[in-house]
Design a protein around this ligand. Structure first.
Ligand code: URA
Length: 270
């Protein structure tokens, strides 16, 4: 029975591919249905939550970290073989699922893996990632205490010979978003932080000007969502005024999490 979650993931992946290709609805024989029914009573709590999760329900609020880790691992397996965007599946080195504490109270969401992340298979490990890690540590968390993911799990493809980045298209984001929704549904963080305008567009479906969007609370999947600048913006624009804005946004996050704020933190950019 311990193989049940991965077997289920395998079946779900195959069914999704059949549906995406517009092929006929798959049919199951009476014998398979009877066999499937016979394994149900023995499902563990994690497996039942996995089935609930995959049918669009929220993960049980009583899920523990290990259960959440198992659920996330099952989705990660599905993401790793995803070919919903064939052009991205062809050009990626690997998918970049997410990293951190499956039970995190704070979750950061960026736009898409860059070249470094595509190579390493982990979000935010390049220059922008190092700055994000610094921000996380300055607000009093370790990087492995929070959860970090992107709207898109594949590096957006670039023309041959071009090593730059491009933002994901609305269709790419729409296609990939269900995976992020599942991650959020399992982790159930107390606060989400959207990094930059593309992450906001993916999460809220609205395109806006960051100057107006940042520093404000929104809501996504019934979770408070703070919008702030993407760390790569801070790398491009080194003005202390911009760093201070991100810091003010992070102080709002700490307040929302009921985390103590030291005098030093409060006056960091004063
Ligand atoms: N920028 C992002 O939005 N995500 C990453 O993982 C890296 C850079």
């Amino acid at each position: 029975m311990s193989q049940f979650p991965s077997a289920l993931e395998f079946v779900m992946g195959a069914l999704e591919q059949i549906r995406d290709r517009g092929e006929k609805l798959p049919r199951a024989s009476r014998t398979s249905l009877v066999e499937l029914r016979s394994v149900r009573p023995a499902q563990s709590r994690t497996e039942r939550a996995l089935v609930r999760q995959s049918s669009g329900g929220d993960a049980s609020p009583s899920l523990q970290g290990t259960d959440k880790a198992a659920l996330l691992a099952a989705i990660q397996t599905r993401v790793a073989v995803c070919t919903k965007c064939p052009h991205l599946a062809r050009t990626r080195t690997q998918t970049v699922f997410g990293v951190g504490n499956p039970d995190a109270e704070l979750m950061f969401i960026g736009e898409a893996p860059g070249a470094d992340e595509d190579r390493r298979g982990e979000p935010f490990v390049g220059r922008a990632g190092q700055l994000l890690t610094k921000i996380i540590e300055t607000i009093g968390f370790r990087r492995d205490e929070v959860y970090i993911a992107n709207v898109l799990k594949c590096r957006p493809d670039m023309p041959p010979g071009n090593s730059g980045n491009r933002p994901p298209t609305p269709l790419e984001m729409q296609t990939c978003l269900p995976y992020l929704a599942e991650q959020i549904g399992i982790i159930q963080p107390k606060v989400l932080v959207a990094l930059g305008a593309t992450a906001v567009e993916g999460l809220l479906g609205t395109r806006g000007v960051m100057r107006e969007l940042r520093g404000k609370w929104n809501s996504h999947q019934n979770t408070p969502l703070m919008i702030t600048y993407h760390p790569s913006y801070l790398l491009r624009n080194q003005a202390p005024s911009e760093k201070r804005k991100v810091w003010e946004d992070m102080l709002q996050v700490l307040e929302r999490l009921d985390r103590p704020i030291t005098e030093k933190q409060r006056n960091y950019f004063r």
